[in-house]
Design a protein. Structure first.
Length: 267
């Protein structure tokens, strides 16, 4: 299970160091380090890890902020990916040439289990349906790609919450509306935290009619090379066909597919 990393020690920092004095390469190194860090990075962190002279670094950061590629947190101390960089990343993920191998793997899983399977991403404070393969059952829940769902009551959403660094999760939960979608939705932060700790231990998340009454789901994480969650792979089905326990039989296959999906995110 991935462990929480220090904000001053991103796993990719050494690889991101520019090998020349090129302004472009230095700027890309700064962007890569900020984008892959588990927390916001301070200018001092960047200076230490990238070995870029302080005046040069501050000039680069000013330019990147002006272009909305990086932003500062509310305290102004830490830098995070900006809205423009976020749009670029989502655009790359949406590229059809890159989606094709992921869809093939998702279809393989859906054909095997006979239920709807989806691949989701964390997008701010919501779950984004990235790719989905529907079943041909007349009774099904239709949530097309591009749909945005809450974090606290969906199998994928709780997986993202459970596996993010604890400090990031606590900050997010301060501002997250824990609305009750069904009678069993966790709306108390302490109760939700208990569920999330169990999910982190098991690396398995469930939705037992917490988002939509009559729908159940299971989800497993898709990790990147650094062991951080990149996406979530889920199966969901109507309660009349499945229970959480009956969906669990597919978890070993889901984990194998998740491992193959990890390779497609690396390409």
């Amino acid at each position: 299970m991935p462990t929480e990393s220090s904000p001053s020690a991103p796993a990719q920092a050494a690889d991101a160091r520019p090998t020349t004095n090129s302004t472009l390469q230095r700027g890309l190194a700064v962007l890569e380090t900020i984008a892959t860090a588990p927390h916001g990075m301070s200018a001092a962190d960047l200076e230490r890890h990238l070995e870029i002279p302080k005046p040069t670094l501050h000039r680069l950061l000013k330019q990147l902020e002006e272009q909305e590629l990086v932003v500062r947190d509310v305290e102004g101390r830490h830098l995070m990916p900006g809205e423009r960089l976020h749009r670029m990343a989502m655009g790359v993920l949406a590229n059809e040439s890159l989606k094709a191998p992921r869809r093939m793997l998702l279809k393989r899983l859906a054909d095997e289990v006979g239920e709807t399977c989806n691949l989701t991403l964390l997008d701010g404070h919501e779950v984004l349906y990235y790719e989905r393969v529907e079943t041909n059952w007349p009774v099904r829940i239709q949530l097309p790609p591009g749909s945005r769902l809450p974090l606290h009551c969906t199998a994928s959403g709780k997986m993202f919450l459970a596996l993010m660094p604890a400090t990031q999760r606590r900050e997010l939960l301060k501002h997250l509306a824990l609305d009750a979608y069904t009678p069993v939705t966790a709306t108390d932060p302490a109760s939700l935290e208990t569920r999330l700790l169990r999910i982190a231990d098991d690396e398995l998340s469930t939705d037992d009619e917490e988002f939509i009454q009559g729908m159940v789901a299971v989800a497993v994480p898709v990790y990147d090379q650094a062991g951080r969650i990149q996406a979530s792979l889920a199966i969901h089905a109507p309660r009349l066909r499945h229970t959480i326990d009956s969906l669990r039989q597919w978890v070993p296959l889901m984990r194998r597919i998740a491992g193959e999906l990890q390779d497609t995110f690396r390409s």
